[in-house]
Design a protein around this ligand. Sequence first.
Ligand code: ADP
Ligand code: MG
Length: 156
Amino acid sequence: GLSRTIRIPDETATEQFGALLAQSARQLEFGVLIYLHGDLGMGKTTLARGLVQGLGHPGNVKSPTYTLVEPYDLLEPPVYHFDLYRLADPEELEFMGIRDYLNQQAISLVEWPERGAGLLPGADVAIELTPARPGRMLSVTSGTQTGQALVAALSE
Ligand code: ADP
Ligand code: MG
Protein backbone atom coordinates (compact mmCIF):
# COMPACT_ATOMS: atom_id res chain seq x y z
CA GLY A 1 0.00 0.00 0.00
CA LEU A 2 0.75 3.68 -0.20
CA SER A 3 2.29 4.99 3.03
CA ARG A 4 3.01 8.34 4.66
CA THR A 5 4.65 9.03 8.01
CA ILE A 6 4.50 12.42 9.68
CA ARG A 7 5.27 13.88 13.08
CA ILE A 8 2.35 15.42 14.92
CA PRO A 9 3.85 17.55 17.67
CA ASP A 10 0.78 18.21 19.83
CA GLU A 11 -2.92 17.60 20.40
CA THR A 12 -3.96 20.36 17.99
CA ALA A 13 -1.91 18.78 15.21
CA THR A 14 -3.67 15.45 15.83
CA GLU A 15 -7.05 17.17 15.50
CA GLN A 16 -5.90 18.97 12.37
CA PHE A 17 -4.81 15.70 10.82
CA GLY A 18 -8.28 14.28 11.55
CA ALA A 19 -9.87 17.28 9.84
CA LEU A 20 -7.57 16.88 6.83
CA LEU A 21 -8.53 13.22 6.61
CA ALA A 22 -12.21 14.21 6.60
CA GLN A 23 -11.70 16.67 3.75
CA SER A 24 -9.87 14.03 1.71
CA ALA A 25 -12.46 11.33 2.46
CA ARG A 26 -15.43 13.48 1.46
CA GLN A 27 -13.97 13.76 -2.07
CA LEU A 28 -14.32 9.99 -2.51
CA GLU A 29 -17.40 8.39 -4.02
CA PHE A 30 -17.19 5.45 -1.65
CA GLY A 31 -17.41 4.82 2.04
CA VAL A 32 -14.11 4.41 3.80
CA LEU A 33 -13.09 2.17 6.68
CA ILE A 34 -10.25 3.57 8.78
CA TYR A 35 -8.47 1.60 11.50
CA LEU A 36 -6.89 3.57 14.34
CA HIS A 37 -4.00 1.64 15.91
CA GLY A 38 -2.03 2.72 18.96
CA ASP A 39 -1.80 2.19 22.71
CA LEU A 40 -4.12 3.82 25.23
CA GLY A 41 -3.56 7.58 25.29
CA MET A 42 -1.84 7.78 21.91
CA GLY A 43 -4.49 10.08 20.42
CA LYS A 44 -6.93 7.85 18.52
CA THR A 45 -9.98 9.59 19.99
CA THR A 46 -8.32 12.99 19.56
CA LEU A 47 -7.95 12.24 15.83
CA ALA A 48 -11.57 11.07 15.63
CA ARG A 49 -12.68 14.30 17.35
CA GLY A 50 -10.76 16.41 14.82
CA LEU A 51 -12.36 14.49 11.97
CA VAL A 52 -15.92 14.68 13.32
CA GLN A 53 -15.67 18.34 14.37
CA GLY A 54 -13.92 19.15 11.08
CA LEU A 55 -17.09 18.02 9.30
CA GLY A 56 -19.11 20.44 11.41
CA HIS A 57 -20.16 18.50 14.52
CA PRO A 58 -20.37 21.18 17.22
CA GLY A 59 -20.45 19.00 20.35
CA ASN A 60 -18.17 16.70 22.30
CA VAL A 61 -16.63 13.59 20.84
CA LYS A 62 -15.87 10.84 23.34
CA SER A 63 -14.77 7.27 22.86
CA PRO A 64 -17.86 5.01 22.70
CA THR A 65 -16.13 2.46 24.91
CA TYR A 66 -19.33 1.03 26.41
CA THR A 67 -21.69 1.45 23.46
CA LEU A 68 -19.13 0.29 20.84
CA VAL A 69 -20.32 2.83 18.28
CA GLU A 70 -21.22 6.52 18.23
CA PRO A 71 -23.08 7.55 15.07
CA TYR A 72 -22.77 11.05 13.60
CA ASP A 73 -25.59 10.59 11.08
CA LEU A 74 -26.16 14.22 10.28
CA LEU A 75 -22.69 14.88 8.95
CA GLU A 76 -21.87 14.79 5.25
CA PRO A 77 -20.60 12.17 4.88
CA PRO A 78 -21.95 10.45 8.02
CA VAL A 79 -19.31 9.22 10.46
CA TYR A 80 -19.43 6.06 12.58
CA HIS A 81 -16.92 6.04 15.40
CA PHE A 82 -16.28 2.58 16.84
CA ASP A 83 -14.25 1.72 19.94
CA LEU A 84 -13.86 -2.04 20.30
CA TYR A 85 -11.71 -1.94 23.46
CA ARG A 86 -14.40 -3.66 25.51
CA LEU A 87 -15.60 -6.02 22.82
CA ALA A 88 -15.74 -9.42 24.50
CA ASP A 89 -16.44 -11.48 21.39
CA PRO A 90 -16.10 -10.40 17.74
CA GLU A 91 -19.56 -11.92 17.12
CA GLU A 92 -21.04 -8.96 18.99
CA LEU A 93 -20.23 -7.03 15.83
CA GLU A 94 -22.72 -9.14 13.92
CA PHE A 95 -25.41 -8.57 16.54
CA MET A 96 -24.90 -4.82 16.33
CA GLY A 97 -25.27 -4.95 12.55
CA ILE A 98 -21.74 -3.89 11.64
CA ARG A 99 -22.36 -4.64 7.93
CA ASP A 100 -25.16 -2.10 7.77
CA TYR A 101 -22.83 0.59 9.04
CA LEU A 102 -19.96 -0.34 6.76
CA ASN A 103 -22.10 -0.68 3.62
CA GLN A 104 -22.95 3.00 3.71
CA GLN A 105 -21.14 5.85 2.01
CA ALA A 106 -19.76 6.93 5.34
CA ILE A 107 -16.48 7.36 7.15
CA SER A 108 -16.09 4.54 9.67
CA LEU A 109 -13.35 4.96 12.27
CA VAL A 110 -12.38 1.98 14.43
CA GLU A 111 -10.32 2.18 17.61
CA TRP A 112 -8.94 -1.23 18.72
CA PRO A 113 -9.78 -3.00 15.45
CA GLU A 114 -7.66 -5.97 16.61
CA ARG A 115 -10.54 -6.92 18.93
CA GLY A 116 -12.83 -7.42 15.95
CA ALA A 117 -10.43 -9.72 14.11
CA GLY A 118 -12.25 -12.25 11.95
CA LEU A 119 -15.44 -10.23 11.61
CA LEU A 120 -14.18 -6.78 10.70
CA PRO A 121 -13.32 -6.36 7.02
CA GLY A 122 -9.82 -5.16 6.11
CA ALA A 123 -9.26 -1.42 6.36
CA ASP A 124 -9.11 0.96 3.43
CA VAL A 125 -6.64 2.94 5.51
CA ALA A 126 -4.74 1.99 8.67
CA ILE A 127 -3.37 4.72 10.91
CA GLU A 128 -0.82 4.00 13.61
CA LEU A 129 0.09 6.41 16.39
CA THR A 130 3.34 5.89 18.29
CA PRO A 131 5.17 7.95 20.91
CA ALA A 132 7.71 10.55 19.83
CA ARG A 133 9.44 13.47 21.50
CA PRO A 134 7.70 15.77 21.19
CA GLY A 135 4.27 14.43 20.35
CA ARG A 136 3.58 11.40 18.20
CA MET A 137 4.56 9.80 14.94
CA LEU A 138 1.62 9.04 12.69
CA SER A 139 1.79 6.49 9.89
CA VAL A 140 -1.01 6.12 7.41
CA THR A 141 -1.09 3.13 5.04
CA SER A 142 -3.61 2.20 2.37
CA GLY A 143 -5.06 -1.30 2.17
CA THR A 144 -7.33 -0.88 -0.87
CA GLN A 145 -7.69 1.24 -4.02
CA THR A 146 -10.07 3.52 -2.16
CA GLY A 147 -7.53 3.88 0.61
CA GLN A 148 -4.80 4.63 -1.90
CA ALA A 149 -6.87 7.47 -3.35
CA LEU A 150 -7.43 8.78 0.15
CA VAL A 151 -3.75 8.69 1.13
CA ALA A 152 -2.80 10.33 -2.17
CA ALA A 153 -5.36 13.10 -1.58
CA LEU A 154 -3.80 13.89 1.80
CA SER A 155 -0.76 15.48 0.24
CA GLU A 156 -2.59 17.48 -2.45
P1 ADP B 1 -6.64 7.15 22.77
O1 ADP B 1 -8.00 7.29 22.16
O2 ADP B 1 -5.61 6.69 21.78
O3 ADP B 1 -6.63 6.31 24.00
P2 ADP B 1 -6.93 9.94 23.49
O4 ADP B 1 -7.11 10.67 22.21
O5 ADP B 1 -8.12 9.69 24.32
O6 ADP B 1 -6.12 8.59 23.20
O7 ADP B 1 -5.89 10.70 24.42
C1 ADP B 1 -4.67 11.09 23.93
C2 ADP B 1 -3.96 11.98 24.90
O8 ADP B 1 -2.77 12.41 24.25
C3 ADP B 1 -4.73 13.24 25.24
O9 ADP B 1 -4.37 13.64 26.52
C4 ADP B 1 -4.25 14.25 24.20
O10 ADP B 1 -4.25 15.56 24.68
C5 ADP B 1 -2.83 13.80 23.97
N1 ADP B 1 -2.41 13.97 22.57
C6 ADP B 1 -3.12 13.77 21.44
N2 ADP B 1 -2.37 13.98 20.35
C7 ADP B 1 -1.13 14.32 20.80
C8 ADP B 1 0.11 14.64 20.15
N3 ADP B 1 0.21 14.67 18.81
N4 ADP B 1 1.17 14.93 20.93
C9 ADP B 1 1.06 14.90 22.27
N5 ADP B 1 -0.07 14.61 22.96
C10 ADP B 1 -1.16 14.31 22.22
MG1 MG C 1 -9.88 6.27 22.66
